[in-house]
Design a protein around this ligand. Structure first.
Ligand SMILES: *Cc1c(COP(=O)(O)O)cnc(C)c1O
Length: 522
């Protein structure tokens, strides 16, 4: 919009003396306006209408010199009606409004001062095209996620904390790492947290530390991020995929029960989208068998299962602090939480070259430690996690309330035991309209995502598993239907409501026209 002003009337001062009358319009106001053109309407036939268009840039002042006229001014969201009478008031009209002039009195003489010369490209002569243009002007884009928004909240504190590490050290390990491990363990309600380089290696090292390798099977869902499966392979074990629940996208416990056998070494319930899995049911299924339950809590920082934190619900849990996660570092970072100090000690050993004392390597380890620069950032951010999660819950509540019962749209189910933290807000739309839905949101400036467009077994890198199309029908169906709506702590309520409005318009009003493009049926 070239002007954020609204159409308005300004008085015409009439200064009369013995020589005649001087009419003056002062206070046209706002941004500097240079006038390039003057035109007028006269001799209008009864019933005549003028206007019927909008200008993108042109600003105008309407003055009735004789008689009267009615003027309707509209945008996609506002409308005004004016009755302009000679020598009374002038109408100042910013750019970006549709105008209709009608009911001219027979003697009407209407003058218009215009800010620019004639330019056909400046005109919008079609109402629908105007509405589209106007909406696009009014709404700034709603990003799926814009991490730079966090910098105005915590940026300075993060930078100060990092700069302290850089100037004072140590640059590997040290007090920032220890402080974060203690704070995050306390937050999750476990005895130990071991900082790791990233979430993938947190999963891998937890498996390795529990001796889940060669010859053992690890059960995990087909609908998850690739890291869950890669960790199993890195540990040397065999991933055994199972299907997921349609309404939540979470691992299906009945399928887990059927996949367990004597080779099963571990099960990785993924608290996908920030929604906890049914961990009591899982314990029941596992019973007394010596099977490691390793939570993949990479999307579930702070989520509650029956009042208990994710990260404290199995033998161990892997977290990622990848920057986009609910608790994100300023680069790669991760950790394992556990109530088993011996397991924690072995994970720490494996992640530090298998060494406790310098140059004495007890095990074939690797290098995957939480970096103190990342720990410093996480120490600043952890105290905000509860508030940020609460904000996500508020946004999710708006979606869950306002997007209910829309044709063609399914909302994520929330199990009664769960307080999810909505790392992702996944809705489902029919596969054959998903592309239209995504395009419609994009054309309204709304960012979206898909978690995940390809299930694990259909990834090219896993073609050797020999699991083709049809192996996990629900995961496959979800991959064609899921759309993640914008939901971050830094989104405003107005942004979430705007997403609601656009989704509702799509579901209630938009139909595919025969020629293909979307049309609004109002
Ligand atoms: C992000 C993520 C991971 C991997 O974490 P990185 O830190 O990126 O290695 C693992 N599992 C799930 C479900 C994730 O979302």
């Amino acid at each position: 919009m070239t002007s954020n002003q609204i159409p308005r009337l300004v008085p015409i001062q009439m200064i009369a003396d013995e020589s005649g009358t001087l009419g003056v319009v002062e206070d046209i106001g706002g941004e500097p306006i240079s006038f390039e053109r003057f035109y007028f309407f006269a001799s209008l036939q009864p019933g005549a209408r003028r206007g019927g268009h909008a200008h993108k840039k042109l600003r105008q002042v309407f003055v009735v010199f004789r008689g009267s006229v009615k003027i309707d001014i509209k945008s996609s969201t506002e409308s005004y009606s004016f009755h302009l009478i000679s020598n009374d008031q002038a109408l100042v009209l910013p750019a970006g409004y549709w105008r209709d002039l009608y009911d001219f009195s027979p003697d009407a003489l209407v003058g218009v001062i215009a800010s620019d010369k004639f330019d056909e490209a400046d005109y919008i002569r079609d109402w629908d095209a105007f509405v589209d243009w106007d909406r696009a002007q009014r709404h700034t884009d709603i990003p799926y996620l814009d991490l730079s928004r966090y910098s105005s909240i915590i940026g300075t504190r993060v930078i100060n904390a990092i700069s302290e590490v850089v100037s004072s050290g140590p640059l590997i390990g040290g007090p920032e790492v220890e402080r974060f491990e203690a704070a995050f363990a306390a937050y999750c309600g476990v005895s130990d947290a071991v900082g790791i380089g990233n979430g993938l290696q947190a999963l891998t090292l937890a498996l390795r530390a529990a001796d889940i390798g060669e010859g053992r099977e690890v059960i995990l869902p087909a609908n998850t991020f690739i890291a869950t499966a890669l960790a199993v392979i890195e540990a040397g074990a065999k991933p055994v995929l199972v299907d997921v629940e349609e309404t939540t996208g979470l691992i299906d416990m009945t399928a887990v029960e059927m996949a367990i056998n004597d080779s099963t070494g571990a099960i990785i319930p993924v608290h996908l989208y920030g929604h906890p899995c049914d961990m009591d049911r899982l314990s029941e299924i596992v019973g007394t068998r010596p099977i490691l339950i390793l939570e993949d809590a990479a999307q579930a920082h702070g989520a509650l299962y029956k009042g208990r934190r994710c990260g404290a619900l199995g033998h161990a849990a892997a977290f990622s602090f990848y920057p986009t996660k609910n608790l994100g570092a300023v680069g790669d970072a991760g950790c394992v939480t556990t109530n088993d100090p011996a397991l924690a000690a072995r994970i720490r050993l494996l992640g530090n070259y298998g060494t406790r004392r310098k140059y004495e390597h007890l095990e074939i380890g690797t290098n995957s430690r939480l970096d103190p620069v990342q720990a410093a950032a996480l120490n600043v951010k952890l105290p905000y996690l509860e508030n940020f999660n609460a904000r996500r819950v508020e946004h999710a509540d708006i979606y869950l309330r306002r997007l209910q019962n829309l044709p063609g749209l399914s909302l994520p189910h929330v199990h009664e035991w769960a307080r999810p933290v909505w790392h992702v807000f996944p809705v489902r739309v029919a596969a054959d309209i998903r592309q239209d839905f995504l395009s419609y949101l994009a054309s309204n400036g709304i960012g979206t995502n898909i978690h995940y467009p390809t299930p694990i077994h259909l990834q090219p890198c896993f073609s050797s598993m020999g699991l083709g199309q049809g192996s996990f029908p629900i995961s496959e169906k979800l991959s064609e239907q899921l759309v993640s709506l914008p939901l971050d702590a830094t989104h405003t309520t107005a942004e979430i409501e705007r997403v609601v409005e656009v989704v509702r318009t799509f579901c209630l009003g938009v139909r595919r026209s025969e020629s293909g493009p979307l049309v609004l049926t109002m």
